[in-house]
Design a protein around this ligand. Structure first.
Ligand code: MN
Length: 266
């Protein structure tokens, strides 16, 4: 049987410590191709490069595993791979392991999730995976082995759907994680602030952002699952249509009079 082809990408860039443990773990289930941005694109969402060419340079991970880095976005990495940079179209795309969870509305900003969205748009099973930790000294082994378990399931079940899988793994030792919860998106409330400062020339500049202070841990949500120390798996579709609103919006008075049509037959 031909080996499964797995594309690993991320939005944290080539320097991300997660790339080595993730690609090493996934090598147990297929051939792993690493194509990642050369810098950190966290928060880049689904951006693509349109008005300049892309470079894609060979490099290697610390264990010597071949990798490529591009000057494009996470989504560009997937487009490159799928449109022919890889000799074979990937059978699975794994984006991550992102430093910091992607819960609730975070997914609308996330470059990690966007890369998986791009995989889904290319009809390839796609997983975005994030860990609840920041900084340099993170143990990725549990998240990497869960990604591998998911990959095995995808291949053995022939999983393909209209959804990507958004996975969040608490930064805990395996024995402290009580299980896996399949969830829906929850709500995270960020305490965003605008901080204005002055540069040495007297010109103002701004920091925008803040921590997630309160989270509504509603039952069944990703937020609740990770709060309980569980691994959260959320199936995410790209159709953002509010189907319930279609009918009531259609009843609005749009103040629009249909133009008089002149029939050809007169
Ligand atoms: Mn990131």
């Amino acid at each position: 049987m031909t080996r499964r082809q797995i594309l690993v990408t991320n939005d944290d860039g080539i320097d991300a410590d997660a790339l080595l443990p993730l690609s090493a773990a996934l090598s147990a289930v297929g051939d792993v191709h690493v194509i990642v941005p050369e810098r950190n694109w966290s928060g880049a969402s689904h951006s693509i490069t349109l008005f300049r060419p892309l470079r894609c340079r060979p490099t290697e991970l610390r264990n010597g595993h071949a990798a490529y880095m591009t000057d494009g976005s996470p989504t560009d990495c997937v487009r490159l791979a799928v449109l022919g940079f890889l000799k074979q179209k990937p059978d699975l795309i794994v984006s991550g392991i992102n430093r910091g969870m992607n819960l609730g509305d975070d997914i609308t900003y996330s470059g990690t999730v966007a890369a998986a969205m791009e995989g889904l748009l290319s009809n390839i099973p796609s997983i975005a995976i994030s860990i609840g930790a920041f900084g340099g000294d993170i143990d990725y082994s549990v998240a990497a082995s869960f990604a591998t378990l998911l990959a095995r399931n995808v291949f053995e079940r022939g999983f393909m759907s209209d959804a990507l899988l958004n996975v969040n793994v608490p930064s805990l030792p395996r024995e402290k994680i009580p299980g896996v919860a399949v969830t829906r998106l929850g709500k995270r409330n960020y305490q965003d602030r605008l901080i204005e400062r002055l540069d040495p020339y007297g010109n103002p500049y701004y920091w925008v952002g803040g921590p997630a202070l309160s989270e509504q841990a509603d039952e069944g949500t990703d937020v609740e699952a990770v709060r309980k120390g569980m691994i959260s798996v959320t199936p995410i579709r790209l159709d953002l249509t509010d189907h319930a609103l279609i009918e009531s919006l259609a009843a609005w008075d749009w103040g629009w009079t249909a133009p008089v049509t002149v029939s050809a037959e007169g």
